[in-house]
Design a protein around this ligand. Structure first.
Ligand SMILES: [Zn+2]
Ligand SMILES: [Zn+2]
Length: 397
């Protein structure tokens, strides 16, 4: 069976010299046995075993189920970190692929199986490659999907025991042409915070509203007032999102309930805007509730931080992309995204850059987190070639 089919074009001449079929098989094996965040025991064991076979010093169980592989070559002093994520999502797969998930309700719908396979393929190649000198640190992290696995690895001493001068990560992106590389200097992915607002009023008979304090009216007023934060408080040149994703209260038409609850998602591409959003949401919750005879309790949960790609490392990442696939397959400064990514925490500590690789466009290109999604195996050659060249360029004697 022919497993790999190369994207058209000669740029993968180098990649083609190396067998990626082994890593396509590994990707499909990981895909068929997906594991949720901090439960990536099988995947982590597979990764750690391979790295050890190839001569890497391996540390298991970093931040739960994280794996670090380190290889030192020559007398180069620079230290390069490359990071992949390993976790799957709690959703049922409907891709129809022969290698579809064998675990009900769990699916690799974000392509982290592919990210892991790409970095493993690069690890295999770099183990035998003599065109670099220095320290290579390969980070396979758990729980990117909301679990903050990157932060857990850092709290567990990731960069204390494995210091890096720069770190890079790559995510696939449906809607971009297959193998296309997209870069961005500066803020590239949003912070994401969560608020639960509970409005307490005084319940009563629906026929006698003057004897009650109606939290539904306060909630409705608050939902509308929240819309003014982005339109009236945030600088029009900045990006911000305030989404009320849930509003729950009451059960009967003739009963005024005692409380209402709102669930809110808050995103920004700037730390100052992020702080402003929290301040305004808290203020509006309190004042809107008070003005309508209710009280507000705000439970604020900080999520991922803004992901900021540093200039020098992004310049290197772009140069490697141009060298590998040519200008027609590279976007040097793509748009920022309002999604979030916990690699942002690593970039708060270590300079680096996060890039996107196209997973294909057109009608059969399915967005990540969709039950029909699948990582395109042809990108394993692209990703492995990219990481290999980046290591060669960064880790010079
Ligand atoms: Zn995802
Ligand atoms: Zn993802």
């Amino acid at each position: 069976m022919q497993l790999s089919t190369e994207p058209e074009g000669a740029y993968l001449a180098t990649a083609r010299q190396h067998a990626v079929d082994e890593f396509i098989r590994i990707r499909r094996e990981i895909h068929a046995e997906p594991e949720l965040g901090f439960e990536e025991h099988r995947t982590a064991a597979l990764v750690a075993g391979k790295l050890e076979d190839w001569g890497y010093a391996v540390e298991r169980g970093v931040g739960g189920t994280g794996v670090v592989g380190r290889l030192v070559r020559g007398d180069g002093t620079r230290r390069l970190g490359l990071r992949a994520d390993m976790d799957a999502l709690p959703m049922a797969e409907r891709s129809g692929r022969p290698w579809a998930s064998r675990r009900p309700g769990v699916m690799h719908a974000c392509g982290h199986d592919g990210h892991t396979a790409m970095l493993l393929a690069a690890a295999r190649r770099l183990a035998d490659d003599t065109r670099w000198s220095g320290t290579l640190v390969l980070v396979f992290q758990p729980a990117e999907e909301g679990g903050g696995g990157a932060l857990r690895m850092m709290e567990d001493g990731l960069f204390d025991r494995h210091p890096c001068d720069a770190i890079f990560a790559m995510h696939n992106m449906p809607g971009l042409p297959l193998g296309h590389l997209q870069f961005r200097e500066g803020p590239a992915m949003a912070s994401s915070d969560y608020a639960t607002i509970t409005l307490e009023g005084v319940g009563g008979h629906g026929a006698m509203p003057h004897r009650a304090s109606d939290p539904i009216v306060a909630a409705a007023s608050l939902v509308m007032a929240l819309q003014t934060i982005v339109s009236r408080n945030v600088d029009p040149q900045q990006t911000a999102v305030v989404t009320v994703g849930a509003l729950q209260s009451g059960q009967a038409n003739n009963v005024i309930p005692a409380s209402a609850r709102l669930e809110i998602s808050v995103r920004a591409l700037d730390a100052g805007v992020r702080a402003l959003l929290e301040q305004r949401i808290r203020a509006l919750a309190t004042t809107q509730a008070e003005g309508l005879g209710c009280t507000a309790r705000v439970d604020w949960r900080r999520g991922y931080t803004v992901l900021v790609n540093t200039p020098a490392e992004t310049a290197l990442a772009r140069a490697v992309g141009l060298e590998l696939v040519g200008a027609e397959r590279v976007t040097l400064q793509g748009p920022a995204l309002t999604g979030s990514e916990d690699f942002a925490f690593m970039l708060e500590r270590v300079p680096g850059s996060y890039l996107l690789v196209g997973n294909g466009e057109g009608e059969d290109s399915c967005m990540v987190h969709n039950p029909g999604y699948d990582f395109d195996d042809r990108n394993i050659a692209v990703g492995a070639a990219y990481w290999t060249l980046l290591a060669q360029r960064f880790l010079t004697a």
